[in-house]
Design a protein around this ligand. Structure first.
Ligand SMILES: [Zn+2]
Length: 310
């Protein structure tokens, strides 16, 4: 059996690009390289393709990959292989995947950053554990969610914008709407809520939790408001889809049971006849996107091999 070529993995988020190479017999994920996105008003994606090509060269260190995978944020259309819309990167109906594939001369799989990370969480992280409908929620600077019916992701362009549904107490949002969940329940939203209530700046949600544990009433109020808002949004998800498993990831999930235990209680208090879903922490952490990109690249490689042998 010939030596298998490495896989090039690129995970582009709203502010950062993570890159890694999977090498060796099992194509294990190598260490991740992280770079800030250089162009933020790049409708065509040309600047992003240029930066990604440079990062690929750096991380590959002269090796030639057999396949690659690229993840992009915002609204992506994987069937048409286009970045439809990205608020943070400025992409508008940009053919980034095919442009990068041509530039690198490598077949390239394409996925959504949050959706692909959620697929990795189901396949190699927190898992499905027999659930009929799983919702993977990522709570960081913003909030996004990915739904699965058994092992199949609900992969529709624009799906998963749980952070931009209205909740009681929600505020004016950068998306243009008012009342969005993430204005009060994301890590950034919790920190801002504390600042509004206390008049005191705080570095992030972690410090709000620490102050809440120490009995600071403004911190308790900001944290409780976030938990109630998350429970409100999950109640809708349970009612609409019959969600029976919720996986909570992203920066805020580092709070662990300090977040999940009150969230279970708040959701249980809201649900009347609907069963309470299990609520568990994500397992893969910040590299979930690269783990998912590896799965996409492996699937692409397998489909190319079966075409070759056909
Ligand atoms: Zn919004």
């Amino acid at each position: 059996m010939p030596e298998r070529a490495p896989l090039l993995l690129l995970d582009v988020g709203g502010t950062d690009i993570k890159a890694a190479v999977a090498r060796g017999a099992g194509r294990e994920l190598g260490p991740a390289l992280r770079r800030g996105v250089l162009a933020h008003a790049d409708a065509s994606g040309d600047a992003l393709v240029g930066q990604l090509a440079g990062i690929a060269e750096e991380v590959l260190d002269g090796e030639r990959p057999g396949a690659a995978a690229l993840l992009l944020p915002g609204i992506v259309d994987t069937a048409r292989r286009r970045a439809v819309f990205s608020a943070n990167l400025g992409l508008r109906d940009a053919a980034v995947p095919d442009a990068l594939s041509a530039r690198l001369g490598v077949p390239l799989a394409f996925g959504h950053d949050v959706g692909t990370a959620a697929e990795a969480e189901l396949a190699e992280g927190a898992g499905r554990d027999g659930a009929a409908c799983t919702l993977a929620v990522v709570i960081g600077t913003g909030i996004a969610a990915t739904a699965f019916v058994e092992d199949t992701r609900v992969d529709v362009p624009g799906a998963g914008e749980l952070g931009h549904v209205p909740v009681p107490g929600g505020l004016a949002c950068s998306c243009g709407a008012t009342g969005c969940l993430e204005t009060i329940a994301s890590a950034a939203g919790i920190a801002r809520a504390y600042e509004r209530l206390s008049g005191t700046p705080v570095p992030g949600a972690k410090q709000v939790l620490e102050r809440a544990q120490a009995g600071d009433p403004a911190a308790v109020a900001a944290w409780d408001q976030a938990v109630e808002a998350l429970a409100f949004a999950l109640h809708w998800s349970v009612g609409l889809l019959g969600v029976d498993r919720v996986i909570v990831g992203g920066g805020l999930s580092e709070a662990g049971e300090e977040l999940l235990a009150p969230l279970r209680r708040a959701l249980a208090a809201r649900l009347s006849f609907m069963p309470l879903p299990t609520i568990v922490p994500a397992r893969l952490g910040g590299d979930a996107g690269l783990v998912g990109a590896r799965l996409l690249a492996l699937a692409l490689e397998a489909s190319l091999a079966s075409e070759d042998s056909a």
